[in-house]
Design a protein around this ligand. Structure first.
Ligand code: C2O
Ligand code: CU
Length: 676
């Protein structure tokens, strides 16, 4: 069973446990002793089963079970055992001899207390998750105590009178009009005293716990490396970490002006999209360059009220060009302008998009492609080179600007390169029918000796790119996206007439696993000796997001911007463990640095080294990746499911000695880039 299977099973068993403890308590209170006894047995079984599911999960990593092992299960075990001992024998006897005295109030209270404990554990898992904090533990325990006391008050007061009267209908629901318990000489019963004291303790714990929730979080974590050592004098501002103004020797300048505006754009089928665009078109203008060129893009904003930026996804530009509002620049407001400049020194397939209001901005169309060709080396032979950004508008998959299948003629034998780009927030499934192919590059970086494959599917993470290469056969080849035969791309051998063959069902094709593809090769550093190691645990949790409480997409139980910065120093080798406790896929994306995959769920890659800028951490998965801190700045590190990012799943990787004047300003500024 995979980790996510165990997670789901544990949730189901926990839920069954909660239901059966409650049902046992309620049926016992109603005098249905036989049923209550059965439910008690069921509750005990469910609780014991959780020992198995939690033990199995703990084998997958402490992150998956911490709050269960330290809080949920001990609380439940204690309350459950007490309920079993107090209520078990009486229920069993009462069930066997109808008309017997039944279950004393204490038994009912113990059963319901176990139910509160089971519920509290489940709620902690869903609302707080990892890591468990003292505040969470205190709030949970006080909730259970308060529940127990309240139940005791409701259940016992009438029960005392009933016992006195020896009434045969002592099992009826408690009646608040009945006489209170006899009082002691002081005017307060012993039970009352205990109740009041217990209530005070529970309330105190609850208030302390809730108070701790508001404790200011640490602002920075060091991942086991030294704390900040560079003082304010040594500090450089991201505003000064800007790109060059001239091309590299032999290169030229590629100048573009991208003006962001709302627009209604017609797609090939005639369908109109209410879009946010760069340059009035979908996608934005394709930017191409040759290695060594200077890319210079002037961004203007006509009427995107939320503001816009340009982020060069996967391109390791100088930090001041990264387009991260609130970190590397102010967002460009209507009427504003910002000029981006960087050298095209990474060859391959990339893309750009707004990072301001990226949800919903990117979804509405603020994206385009960036493709850089090598200056020399790649063959001059005729090549069919298609850049295919895939995006979803109103539930329709659009490739480039085409929402219907497009046909490209190609002479047999032509080298073909298909640059697949997933610009959505969810993965896409690509299949190439009719030809053997290779995946030459992932996220812009070439794989080592990728082998020829056929009839395998490619699952691209949100934001990811695969370059697929093939030699055109003398029969048609179809690129199928998400197994939808109405869209996609058809390559037709030139000169061939007649009908195109029917497309196969590609949904059942096995997925190409990049961890076992291509051939091993040396990597530029000793991956076992990282200078810093950060763990990122992804789950939903109740947390503050941009100053508002939310059921957040959380990192270590917190939401942006309350997640501590990860501190690194230039030259560090930085390792990340990314853990997905949730039931959703999180495409993890670090700006400014490619990461090398070390392991997924403990399995190391057996094929080519895999460098990625966005990797899908699927439910229950644990990824180990490493990067070299060689690009000083303040870099966003986030989930590229943009709604998740918007719901808090974003933090920053911060270099020691780098500061930003743009902090906390995610709103747009009407302000021009300083003149050159
Ligand atoms: Cu493609 Cu921070 O994003
Ligand atoms: Cu996510």
């Amino acid at each position: 069973m995979t980790t996510v299977h165990w997670i789901v099973l544990d949730h189901v068993v926990a839920l069954l446990g909660v239901a059966s403890w409650f049902a046992a308590g309620v049926t016992a209170a109603l005098g249905r002793y036989r049923l209550a006894y059965g439910l008690l047995i069921g509750a005990v079984l469910a609780t014991s089963t959780r020992l198995v599911t939690v033990a199995a999960l703990s084998g997958r990593g402490w992150w998956f079970v911490q709050e269960k092992v330290l809080l949920g299960l001990p609380m439940l075990a204690a309350a459950g055992l007490a309920a079993l001992l107090i209520a078990g024998p009486r229920l069993r006897a009462a069930g066997r001899t109808p008309g017997s005295v039944g279950l004393p109030a204490g038994g009912i209270v113990s059963l319901l207390t176990a139910a509160y404990a089971a519920l509290a554990g489940l709620v902690v898992t869903f609302l707080a998750g990892y890591p468990l904090t003292w505040s969470t533990a205190l709030v949970a325990v006080s909730f259970v105590c308060a529940g127990a006391l309240l139940t005791a008050r409701v259940v016992t007061a009438p029960a005392v009178e009933r016992t006195d009267a020896g009434s045969p209908d002592s099992t009826q629901a408690p009646d608040s009009t009945q006489a209170p318990a006899p009082r002691g000489r002081s005017g307060l019963s012993r039970r009352g005293l205990i109740g009041a004291a217990g209530g005070a303790v529970a309330a105190g714990a609850g208030i302390t716990g809730a108070g701790l929730l508001f404790r200011a979080p640490e602002s920075v974590v060091t991942g086991g490396g030294p704390p900040r050592v560079l003082g304010p004098r040594a500090t450089v501002s991201v505003a000064d970490l800007r790109g060059p103004r001239v091309p590299a020797p032999g290169g030229t300048s590629r100048r573009h002006t991208l003006t962001a505006s709302t627009a209604t754009v017609g797609l090939a089928s005639g369908r109109a999209v209410d879009a946010w665009t760069y340059g009035g078109q979908l996608p934005g203008p394709a930017i191409t360059a040759t290695e060594g060129d200077l890319v210079e893009v002037t961004l203007r904003n006509t009427d995107i009220e939320d503001g816009v930026t340009l982020h060069w996804h996967g391109y390791d530009v100088p930090c001041g060009e990264d387009g991260a509002p609130g970190a590397t620049q102010h967002a460009v407001a209507p009427g504003g302008e910002f000029v981006y400049r960087f050298h095209a020194d990474q060859v391959g397939t990339y893309w750009y998009h707004t990072h301001q209001a990226s949800h919903p901005g990117v979804r509405k169309g603020l994206y385009g492609t960036l493709v850089v060709s090598p200056r020399e080396g790649r063959a001059e032979e005729p090549e069919l080179d298609l850049t295919l950004p895939v995006h979803t508008f109103d539930n329709t998959v659009v490739i480039g600007d085409q929402d219907r299948r497009t046909v490209h003629p190609a002479p047999p034998g032509t080298p073909v390169r298909l640059r697949l780009v997933n610009t959505d927030s969810d993965p896409h499934w690509f299949a190439l029918a009719g030809a053997a192919f290779r995946v030459a590059a992932v996220d812009g970086r070439d794989l080592n000796q990728p082998g020829e494959v056929r009839e395998v599917g490619l699952r691209l993470p949100a934001g990811g790119r695969y370059d697929v290469v093939l030699s055109m056969p003398d029969t048609p080849v179809a690129l199928v996206v998400d197994n939808d035969h109405g869209s996609g791309v058809l390559l037709r051998p030139t000169g061939r007439a007649g009908n195109d063959p029917a497309l196969p069902d590609t949904s059942s094709w096995p997925e190409l696993d990049l961890l076992h593809y291509g051939e091993p090769a040396a990597v530029p550093f000793d991956t076992d000796n990282a200078d810093r190691h950060f763990t990122i645990v992804l789950d939903r949790a109740l947390a503050m997001v941009d100053g508002r409480p939310a059921y957040a997409q959380a990192v270590d139980g917190r939401g942006h911007p309350s997640i501590p910065d990860q501190l690194v120093a230039e030259g560090d080798l930085v390792r990340f463990t990314v853990v997905n406790r949730s039931l959703e896929t999180h495409p993890w994306h670090l700006h400014g640095h490619p990461v090398l995959v070390l392991a997924r769920d403990g399995t190391r890659p057996s094929g080519s080294p895999v460098w990625m800028d966005t990797f899908d951490v699927r439910p229950g998965e644990v990824w180990e990746v490493v990067c070299q801190a060689d690009n000083p700045g303040i870099w966003m590190n986030h989930c590229h499911n943009l709604p998740h990012q918007d719901q808090g799943m974003m933090l920053r990787l911060v270099y020691d000695g780098v500061s930003t004047p743009f902090e906390g300003t995610s709103h747009a500024h009407r302000r021009k880039d300083p003149a050159p």
